[in-house]
Design a protein around this ligand. Structure first.
Ligand code: WT7
Length: 651
């Protein structure tokens, strides 16, 4: 039996939306929300077809939903072009010369791209891809810095029906290899590098290293961002700027089926192999369009800024597809929040008049640590709405965000969702939902969320359990790429026909959801998912390592820190050098975010009689410094004393 999920947080402070904000909001009272929510659950077809009809379809649907759990088809029979919805239709409207992207590079360079310009750029790049032989459903791997060309490359893929798979620029060459192998991509779009804390991230070099291990990539298109010399392999590597010169800025977009695959995005699970989450076109676009519209209550004159990277789902849904489908103006920033210092974000907000700001708790905690004077030195009065995403926001961080960034006047939308859900699922609506620090409050329209106990019974108020979604929604993942069985097993096997998110949560007496955190072997490091099994596999691949167990430890800044227990092979001895070598090894094989924060050389790991590593005990040990939990299933109780000793000796 798995231990009960407990949630201890008590929070009494309630913040109701400002009447002035409510007055002009799309949803301006809780009664209005409740009515529309009830309708959206009782008649999802009616709600979603109304929302979807605000998009441009080339052919209407014959049926809103075809649901054979766990496989959904939304807007059956309909055809559309996703890029046309995000770009062309605005470029042909009053938004033609409206800024789509206000870009700021880390070194301080700025560019404004209007919808009309974005249309030409996307068209050109679509032509380049087609010229290189990319066809509908072909996979294109995108490994780019946070520059407009990342979005342009994604939209160009969407335009021609190619499937993009964006790999976060912080991931290593080995991570690229895994994703190439799984997706079967034949073309890569990258850059010479990107700026991060004043240094160049060597993106092209990483691609070159990856391609030594994977030979099915025909072409690599390289955007020149930093200008440093990079090696270009003849016949394989092409410069972006040279290619776009040779093609037209017009491109006739074909229409694709509503269920045509749009992208694959890899995310961590409880096994070593990342899962390629597959999203399709019509439903995903409807979900991101609708959530962005209501949750950020977007206005024509808003300047929106989401600080995520396009390499994560937040960047896909709330930098590229959601905002652009709404014809919004947004800021895109390339670099680190603390370059040259912790005032950078506030300077950007002041300079560009940002009105909606969407960031992550890990960033907020880093700002708190850096000091209140950074935001205080800037005029943040343009802000009217704040958002948070990626992990539970601690009430103290929420209060700081409210006071020091929002000037006590901006509503905060704490949005819960996942790579798999495609769009925000649990969230306040800024004009109507009373918020309390730490709760993601209520479900979005059409989201039938609940808390279940082990037997599939809905939990009583304030009783902890598993967060589930009982009805399909348009932006839901369609599968794990190439592995329907794993998709079914991972998300749909706890309760029949019901989606299990993998998060523990409770619902309070007012119906608000409080997220406790992951219940599987997945860590949340700085708002990013990291499978303990991935780090363990990486460690075990090192020649000195016999066995490894990885757990999370609470960390003030990162949310969770990566703690590793490593058993060495007989032929190797613990040493400082080996410790450093193992940290580097993990960094190289996965990426810097996975680098162990603590690493202990343990003579043995705690195991059950059947040989299962008891990570629960290790977690207790690193969190509380001792083990008080049940150890009766432990094979050898002496292991515990040895572990405590090894933690002293290795630090
Ligand atoms: C996991 C999904 C969705 C974009 C970023 C992460 C955690 C996400 C919240 C929130 C508490 C949150 C959950 C979830 N999470 N948002 N507002 N409050 N926890 O996407 O990498 O797919 O991770 O992030 O544990 O399952 P992801």
């Amino acid at each position: 039996m798995s231990p009960k999920i407990e949630s201890h947080l008590q929070e009494e402070r309630v913040f109701s939306p400002d009447p002035e904000f409510s007055a002009q909001a799309r949803i301006s009272s809780l009664a209005q929300y409740k009515k529309l929510y009830r309708q959206s659950i009782q008649q999802p077809d009616v709600f979603w077809s109304k929302e979807a009809s605000e998009l441009a379809w080339r052919k209407p649907w014959s049926q809103v939903l075809d649901w054979k759990a766990p496989f959904a088809k939304w807007f059956v029979g309909a055809k559309l072009n996703v890029a046309e919805n995000c770009v062309d239709r605005h470029a042909r409207s009053h938004r033609r010369n409206k800024a789509a992207i206000i870009f700021e590079g880390e070194p301080g360079d700025q560019r404004v791209i209007t919808y009309a310009q974005l249309e030409r750029e996307v068209n050109r790049f679509a032509n380049v891809l087609e010229k290189q032989g990319v066809k509908a459903k072909d996979r294109v791997l995108i490994y780019m810095p946070m520059i407009p060309e990342a979005a342009i490359a994604m939209l160009a893929c969407a335009r021609i029906g190619a499937v993009h798979s964006v790999v976060f620029g912080g991931f290593s060459a080995d991570s690229i290899v895994d994703r190439l192998e799984d997706s079967g991509a034949s073309l890569i779009v990258t850059a010479d590098g990107g700026w991060r804390r004043g240094k160049i991230v060597p993106l092209k070099e990483n691609v070159d290293a990856a391609l030594e291990k994977y030979s099915h990539v025909r072409k690599v298109i390289v955007f020149r961002r930093c200008g440093q010399p990079v090696s270009m392999t003849p016949d394989r590597d092409l410069w972006w700027h040279e290619e776009v010169e040779q093609v037209k800025s017009s491109h006739k977009a074909k229409a694709f089926d509503s269920e045509h695959p749009l992208f694959i995005l890899y995310t961590s699970g409880s096994t070593g192999k990342p899962k390629g989450i597959l999203h399709t076109s019509g439903g995903y676009l409807t979900g991101t369009y609708t959530t962005f519209k209501y949750i950020f209550d977007i206005r024509e004159e808003d300047v929106y800024w989401c600080t995520a990277d396009v390499g994560w789902i937040t960047g896909h849904s709330y930098i590229v597809y959601g905002p652009l489908a709404n014809g919004a103006t947004q800021v895109m920033y390339e670099g680190a929040p603390n370059h040259p210092d912790f005032g950078r974000f506030w300077k950007i907000i002041e300079q560009h008049g940002v009105s909606i700001f969407y960031t992550a708790p890990t960033a907020i905690r880093a700002f708190i640590k850096a000091g209140d004077h950074y935001p205080a030195n800037h005029d943040l009065s343009s802000l009217r709405l704040l958002g948070s995403v990626g992990e539970p926001i601690n009430p103290e961080a929420w209060m700081w965000y409210h006071k020091h960034i929002g000037g006590k006047r901006c509503p905060i939308v704490d949005t819960w969702w996942q790579t798999e859900t495609g769009a925000i699922m649990l969230t306040p609506l800024p004009g109507c939902t009373p918020t309390k620090p730490g709760t993601v409050t209520l479900p979005f329209f059409g989201v039938d969320a609940a808390i279940f106990d082990e037997n599939g019974k809905e939990c009583a108020p304030n009783e902890g359990g598993k967060l589930v979604i009982r009805q399909p929604w348009p932006s839901m993942a369609r599968s794990i790429y190439g592995d329907k069985a794993r998709y079914q097993k991972t998300y749909w096997s706890d309760y029949k026909g019901i989606y299990t998110a993998g998060d523990g949560a409770r619902r309070d007496q007012d119906g608000n959801f409080w997220i406790v955190g992951r219940i599987d072997d997945v860590l949340n490091v700085s708002g990013h998912r990291l499978g303990t099994a991935e780090v363990e596999s990486s460690l075990v691949a090192h020649p000195a390592v016999a066995e490894a167990a990885v757990v999370g430890r609470p960390d003030d800044l990162k949310g969770q820190a990566v703690v590793c227990f490593v058993t060495l092979k007989e032929s190797h001895q613990p040493s400082d050098d080996l410790l450093q070598a193992l940290r580097q090894h993990v960094g190289k094989s996965i990426g810097a975010i996975a680098k162990p924060d603590d690493l202990y050389f343990a003579p043995a790991l705690p195991k059950t009689r059947s040989g299962k590593i008891m990570r629960r005990l290790l977690k207790e040990l690193v969190t509380h410094g001792k083990i008080t939990g049940n150890v009766t299933t432990l094979d050898d109780v002496n292991v515990i004393a040895n572990l405590a000793a090894c933690m002293k000796s290795t630090t």
